[in-house]
Design a protein around this ligand. Structure first.
Ligand code: SF4
Ligand code: SF4
Length: 355
């Protein structure tokens, strides 16, 4: 495991004869030329090798109940240290903290070798979790697949230290990534955002509902404890019939005892004009799901999706000095000088670009 900040070769990369590399960490399966970064912005091709820019780069830490994830059927009274980095493979219009979850600016700085972000070794992260007397570590706030190398290194040490691991995901991940994760991840808390092709197309133009559902089912087959969550957004995915179909899918594919969390939307970003979800819709959805036969349906009127909110500074948790935390200012991928070709192109087309 690296002892200083550096680019880390990604797992699951497929080099091609012409110097391009295909990334197989998530279902974008980005094909990248030298200097290009993937849709998530966290990976860069340098001379035919794909590197992760964000290994050990921590955007947010929080200590909280596992119920906040939400996970109710795995060590229900336990506490977790939630951690996240920058970069996501989706662009949800209601995402709550773009600076942390998408992290476009932070990842641009890393790519230019100008970052002063906190860098934390896997050993320091596990030591910090033990110091705060939590029972597990949760990888969350954006899609953890975009820093899977770090997630796996931390998870292995966490298991050795007697901690469990939680992976909070949009499940737009490959089977290969799930197979790598399975021995080291105890719990998958996954979104099923909608069953509508249009809904997924809007936040991830190459994504399909079937891919997401397939990944969730695969995780369960691999023996990971799975709980699912749907954040009900007014006018976007609040059709009761469609929500009932989600419950039917869970019943048929994950089982009657598989937990489903129905959460409330709170306005953010491009969906700031929408109202918060009416509590009655949350309750009606839960009732419909119970009628389908699901035994563990939870109606949440107080929590939303899991993307990061404002947190304390990283130093509040790590108790390291500022020099140690802000050591990342050496060259990372500065030879490339690119601005993130794939994401900027998509975001311009979708009107989402944060300039
Ligand atoms: S979005 Fe990121 S993680 Fe997904 S395939 Fe592209 S480079 Fe890999
Ligand atoms: S809501 Fe979650 S999946 Fe969607 S863009 Fe934000 S962090 Fe990514």
């Amino acid at each position: 495991m690296p002892e200083n900040y550096q680019l880390v070769e990604t797992l699951l990369q497929q080099p091609l004869d012409n110097g391009d590399v295909v990334c197989n960490l998530c279902l974008w399966r980005c094909r990248l030329r030298h200097g290009q970064r993937g849709f998530c912005q966290a990976h860069v091709n340098r001379n035919g090798v794909l590197y992760n820019l964000s290994y050990g780069i921590v955007s947010a830490i929080e200590v909280e109940s596992i119920r906040n994830k939400p996970v109710y059927h795995y060590r229900p009274d336990s506490r977790v240290m939630s951690i996240g980095s920058y970069g996501c493979n989706f662009r949800c219009k209601g995402c709550h903290n773009l600076e942390i979850s998408w992290g476009v600016e932070a990842l641009d700085k890393l790519a230019r070798g100008q970052s002063t972000d906190a860098w934390v070794t896997p050993e320091q992260m596990v030591e910090t979790a033990l110091k705060h007397e939590v029972d597990g570590i949760a990888f969350t706030y954006s899609e953890p697949a975009v820093w899977l190398e770090y997630v796996l290194d931390v998870s292995k040490l966490a298991h050795e230290a007697g901690l469990f691991t939680v992976y909070v995901s949009n499940s737009f991940v490959t089977d290969e990534a799930l197979e790598l994760m399975a021995p080291h991840i105890d719990v998958l808390c996954s979104d099923i955002k909608s069953l509508s092709a249009e809904f997924y197309h809007e936040i991830c133009p190459v994504g399909t509902v079937e891919q997401v559902l397939g990944s969730i089912k695969k995780a369960a087959e691999l023996g990971i404890h799975v709980e699912t969550r749907t954040n009900v957004i007014p006018t976007k995915n609040d059709d009761l019939d469609e929500l009932k179909h989600i419950a039917e899918w869970i019943y048929g594919n994950l089982g009657a005892d598989s937990p489903w969390h129905v959460t409330k939307f709170f306005p953010a970003y491009k969906l700031s004009h929408l109202p918060p979800t009416d509590n009655a819709i949350i309750d009606q959805t839960a009732a419909a799901a119970r009628a389908v036969g699901l035994q563990h349906v939870y109606a949440h009127t107080d929590i939303s999706c899991d993307c990061a909110t404002e947190n304390q500074p990283i130093s509040a948790w790590l108790e390291l000095n500022a020099d140690a935390l802000n050591a990342v200012n050496t060259c990372a991928a500065s030879c490339c000088g690119d601005e993130g070709i794939l994401v900027k192109k998509f975001e311009r087309q979708a009107g989402l670009l944060v300039e």
